[in-house]
Design a protein. Structure first.
Length: 452
């Protein structure tokens, strides 16, 4: 593994130790505006208290210390129990819905644990030269940093669920749309190489240094010709579906989706509220009319809702292969790019990711530099996009870390592209996120496709 790596600002290359320090510091920046009471509350079974995230990400690094640091002594057996998420191989753990039922370890104790782990990991990295399995340690620390970035995004979802507009983050003003985007891009079918392939040359993008095992190996798939929306579906378009009685008409819904709509009394996406005859959306900034946010990508919709909208619109959702080909393949030049705009790494000009600091989706047309060769906008950033693809292993899949990705290959759908809460260093066009069809507390949206 390379000894230097792109830093989180994308400006420089740094050592793994420096990257470790940067990534760990950002987690603490995200929780910095919280009051002590906020850290321990669990507002739903599916979210975790912020205290748990800052401890769990440290627990993950402690598993590396336990395996590879000579004479390492476990910090606390109680912490191993409370901060393990779902790893059977690492022993007993508290059930997820009960993470908010305990006031201990305290926040202060959790931060002390975190600082201890940081000290120990940095010592381990300094002594790498003397370790027989230095390569393994390096790759596990890198995995731990990607894991930490996943939890940074989860922290944004969970803090939104916990506090929403009461959270006092340093939010930058939202950008304005610069261009109008509508219509669909027509993509020619044929054989397409799906998935991640490690870069061969020096010019390859630095972010190409890491990919999860579930993005590999790169393999050929056959696609029919198809068309895909140039923009994600907007709040304005989704509002039309609601006003047309979309949530009252079984014919748009999968049977399981229709059951969920009725059981959960869904009438609109999560975070939408009905006040005085008008749909409103609550976000980190406050409460706004949906009409005033009509040009934003719709977010906080489940797979069921995305699919129902698509059927109502006489379209369908894309498969993940269609999404990836639309995002990356430049038919005119007959090359596959790392990202929709080319091989350059994501930055604040071509995407809306965590570093933009908006804490919000950007209106459609606000990021024209990120367009692909077909004029598709905002495929990376803003909202994770639902696809019809089941989350299953690619042919030839080999697990690189037990229980990380491999044990989730059932009953979930793939989402692509990252959201405004995803760090720049963490996203790739081949990244496969996955959630259950009913979930919608994460920043999930979609764009539609159509057969040709
Ligand atoms: Fe985790």
């Amino acid at each position: 593994m390379a000894s230097t790596i792109r830093d989180i600002s994308g400006q420089d290359t740094v050592s793994i130790a420096d990257l470790y320090t940067q990534v760990r510091a950002r987690t603490m920046q995200i929780v910095a505006p919280l009051e002590i009471e906020d850290y321990v509350i669990q507002t739903a079974d599916f979210m975790s208290p912020p205290r748990w995230h800052i401890g769990h990400t440290s627990w993950f690094f402690e598993t590396v210390l336990r395996a590879y640091k000579p004479d390492y002594r476990v910090y606390s057996e109680d912490f191993l129990f409370y901060f393990n998420s779902y790893y059977e191989g690492f022993g007993e753990r508290i059930e997820r819905p009960k993470r908010g039922t305990k006031s201990r370890p305290t926040v202060k104790e959790t931060v002390a644990y975190r600082n201890h782990i940081d000290e120990q990991i940095l010592l381990l990295l300094r002594s790498l030269a003397s370790l027989a399995n230095a390569e393994t340690v390096l790759s596990l620390v890198r995995l731990g940093l990607e894991h930490e970035m996943q939890h940074q995004e989860l922290l944004v979802y969970d803090i939104k669920h916990l506090l929403c507009d009461q959270y006092d983050a340093p939010m930058k003003p939202r950008p304005k749309p610069l261009i109008k985007v509508d219509g669909m891009a027509e993509i020619e079918g044929g054989l397409f190489w799906l998935g991640y392939e490690a870069p061969h040359s020096e010019e390859a993008p630095q972010s190409g240094n890491f990919a999860f095992d579930n993005e590999k190996p790169s393999h050929q798939v056959f696609l029919q010709d198809f068309a895909i929306d140039k923009a994600p579906v907007s709040n304005g378009e989704y509002l039309e579906f609601i006003r047309d009685g979309g949530y009252q008409n079984f014919r748009w819904w999968f049977s399981e989706g229709w059951e969920t709509v009725n059981r959960e009394q869904w009438r609109a996406p999560h975070y939408w509220e009905f006040h005085d005859g008008e749909w409103m959306i609550r976000d980190f900034f406050g409460l706004h009319t949906a009409a005033s946010r009509k040009d934003d990508p719709v977010s906080h919709v489940s797979y069921f809702e995305a699919s129902a909208f698509a059927k109502w619109a006489d379209k369908r959702l894309p498969s993940e292969s269609e999404w990836e080909k639309a995002a990356c393949y430049d038919a005119q030049r007959q090359v596959r790019n790392a990202f929709p705009w080319g091989d350059a790494d994501p930055d604040c000009g071509n995407t809306n990711l965590f570093e933009n600091g908006f804490w919000s989706v950007a209106p459609i047309g606000a990021v024209p530099e990120g367009a692909n060769a077909h004029g598709c906008q905002q495929m990376i950033g803003d909202v994770w996009e639902w696809t019809t693809s089941d989350y299953v292993p690619y042919p030839g899949f080999k697990s690189e870390f037990d229980e990380y990705n491999d044990k989730w290959f059932v009953n979930q759908k793939v989402l692509r592209g990252g959201s405004f809460a995803t760090p720049q260093l963490h996203i790739r066009a081949t990244y496969r996120n996955f959630f259950h069809a009913h979930e919608r507390w994460m920043i999930s949206g979609f764009r539609c496709a159509r057969d040709m």
